[in-house]
Design a protein around this ligand. Structure first.
Ligand code: G6P
Length: 615
């Protein structure tokens, strides 16, 4: 993963780069570093820790003058997080300096060769190998930096987004990408380089998203030249106008991005169906689906590929596609799918779900499915992301930037998009009655307001969180549509509070997890009115008789579960297929408050990163 930032222009580079790194900390935050050209030489400072630690170190160590520089925030792959392994990395001569996001898979043989030629290495990173390889090519072939980068990258196997500059020619930064994102912000007489557009959004709305296997030389006062790394051919770059705004990527008065994003869900869900859902006309309009309707209608099955929270959204989709549209669905972890020689045919439709649109395994699964002739449809949040470009068609979730590492609004908006698609197909296939279809549309339109109402339980959830914050294990149970919600609730708690939690189908509890239940064990049971309610109530009885502590997520006005549970959290009534959009909310708040009470870093949990661009 890792975040990279660069600047070349007329302003002080340091504050721009540091602010940019903060915005990219979601990509990794175990170490950070910066290299600036001060007019005479390179000033470098780097440290284990976060961007705050870097700032402190910079104050003691270096001059921050200069209008050219690069910065990095790391999520370790090769080499433990420490000062030496932090980026940037110098080449042996000290002339070149590089930042890198990705993994050089063949770094060992390359390193061996360089060692034989007298190069030495101070870090354990693959990146230091790359910068020395570039230096070696530059010297031996007597070429300029851009050419040296190109020749070196043609020897490299792996993934990268890099930015490199030479202290002897500090009026240019060379960048390249394969498998990790890289964007160039185009200002007036200034350029920005970053993993995504958030570091430069207040300076320019114009950006070039480099494609895989492309590189660019970014020079002061010159047009950006983009080339293919393989054959050196020039590419005419598409300058995209960005829609992001600054407010969206700042905390806006909330203590954490996660909380802000939880509270944004009513708006985010509305933005997701805005313009697509026309209740009065009984129409769902989604260009990506409409233009490819035959592919969907003729599909033998739908295969969903995704990772993490997006995979949970895929599980919800399985229920809704099969239930409403009667299309068989398989949901696969992208990382398993791509390595297990799956049977894929031209009659399969693959739906790839990804908030970031950059997850390496999902991207690889898409490429595999495409190579077998399947039609691949993307459900992404980040506009212009690699997955959104790699898929044949798609639908954006329009959730706005999600910064908190624990995914919240991305999940509910993914479910919203998938629900719209399922309804659109159910109607086209004639598998849903008119009454049922209209009822679904009406209920979907009411979801933002019902999420808003659910959020009003926040104070009550603070109390429950306080009661169970010291538990060492949690169990989450749900059936049907709410089974994936149980998985997601458990994942949220694990991710940010480091409490062990398991999600389980409620009925499966008696095949194992029931052995764990004692008076210390909080069990969160999703027991909304529709969807096997009585059966779930029986499961609650089973927990109760083993003295487990029960937190029930129930429909407003529920009595049976209230009588049995230690606590209940109410959600408004809705259609069974739409309940995940409501039952998820209290689980997000519960994990948020528990994590805060335990003193955890909610937005940047240990060992995690938001965008996993390594395999
Ligand atoms: C990481 C994030 C998760 C996310 C998963 C998939 O693990 O921490 O929140 O669900 O990646 O990411 P994607 O961007 O593909 O949805």
């Amino acid at each position: 993963m890792c975040g990279i930032v660069g600047y070349i222009g007329y302003r002080d580079a340091y504050p721009i780069i540091v602010k940019g790194l903060r915005r990219l900390e979601y990509r990794g935050y175990d170490s950070a570093g910066i290299a600036l050209y001060d007019g005479n030489d390179i000033q470098m400072s780097k440290t284990k820790g976060k961007v705050d630690d870097l700032e402190q170190r910079v104050r003691k160590e270096i001059k921050t003058a200069g209008s050219v520089g690069i910065g990095h925030t790391r999520w370790a792959t090769h080499g433990v997080p420490n000062d030496v392994n932090s980026h940037p990395h110098y080449s042996n001569s000290g002339d070149l300096v590089i930042i890198h996001n990705g993994i050089i898979e063949n770094y060992e043989p390359l390193k061996k060769e360089l060692l034989n030629r007298g190069y030495h290495f101070t870090s354990d990173t693959d990146t230091e190998v790359l910068v020395n390889l570039i230096e070696d090519v530059k010297k031996n072939e007597d070429v300029k930096l851009g050419k040296a980068v190109q020749i070196a990258l043609n020897q490299v196997v792996g993934a990268y987004a890099i930015a490199v500059f030479d202290r002897n020619k500090p009026d240019e930064i060379v960048v390249a990408r394969l498998g990790s994102p890289l964007t160039i912000g185009i200002g007036k007489d200034e350029f920005f380089i970053a993993s995504d557009a958030s570091p430069f959004i207040e300076y320019t709305n114009n950006a070039i998203y480099l494609e895989d296997e492309e590189m660019a030389i970014v020079r002061r006062h010159k047009k950006v030249k983009v080339r293919k790394i393989k054959d050196d051919s020039l590419v005419d770059p598409y300058v995209q106008e960005l829609q992001l705004n600054l407010e969206e990527i700042e905390k806006g008065g909330y203590d954490h991005f996660m909380l802000k994003e939880i509270y944004e869900q009513p708006r985010a869900i509305l933005d997701t169906y805005r313009g697509r859902l026309r209740v009065n006309d009984g129409i769902i309009k989604m260009a990506g689906v409409d233009d490819n309707i035959e592919k969907f209608l003729n599909a033998n099955r739908i295969i969903v590929v995704a990772c993490g929270t997006s995979w949970h959204a895929g599980l919800v989709a399985e229920y809704i596609f099969e239930d409403l549209a009667r299309i068989p669905v398989e949901v696969e972890y992208a990382s398993e799918f791509r390595y297990r020689n799956p049977v894929i045919t031209e009659n399969d439709v693959v739906i790839a779900i990804s908030q970031s649109g950059e997850t390496a395994d999902t991207l690889a699964a898409i490429k595999l499915a495409k190579s077998k002739g399947a039609f691949v449809f993307g459900v992404c949040n980040v506009v212009g992301s690699s997955i959104s470009r790699e898929t044949h068609a798609g639908a954006y979730t329009h959730a706005g930037p999600e910064i908190g590492v624990a995914s919240t609004k991305a999940f509910t908006t993914q479910i919203t998009v998938l629900t719209l698609i399922a309804l659109r197909l159910a109607k086209a296939k004639g598998n849903i009655s008119n009454t049922d279809y209209h009822y679904h549309l009406q209920e979907l339109e009411l979801i933002p307001e019902k999420v808003e109402r659910t959020l009003q339980s926040n104070e009550h959830i603070v109390g429950i969180s306080d009661r169970y914050k010291d538990a060492s294990n949690f169990l989450y149970l749900g059936r049907g549509y709410n089974f994936p919600v149980a998985l997601e609730g458990a994942l949220k708690l694990k991710e940010i509070s480091y409490i062990h939690a398991e999600g389980y189908p409620a009925a499966e509890m008696k095949h194992g997890p029931i052995a764990l239940i004692d008076e210390q064990m909080p069990v969160v049971v999703i027991a909304t009115k529709k969807g096997h309610y009585e059966k779930v109530v029986s499961n609650i009885q089973e927990i109760k008789s083993r003295k487990g502590k029960i937190i029930g997520i129930v429909t407003e006005g529920d009595k049976s579960v209230k009588n049995l549970a230690d606590f209940v959290i109410e959600v408004p009534e809705t259609l069974e297929s739409l309940t995940p959009l409501l039952t998820t909310i209290p689980l997000q708040l519960l994990s948020y408050h528990i994590a805060v009470m335990r003193g955890c870093n909610v937005d940047q949990p240990r060992n995690l990163a938001k965008s996993v661009t390594v395999e």
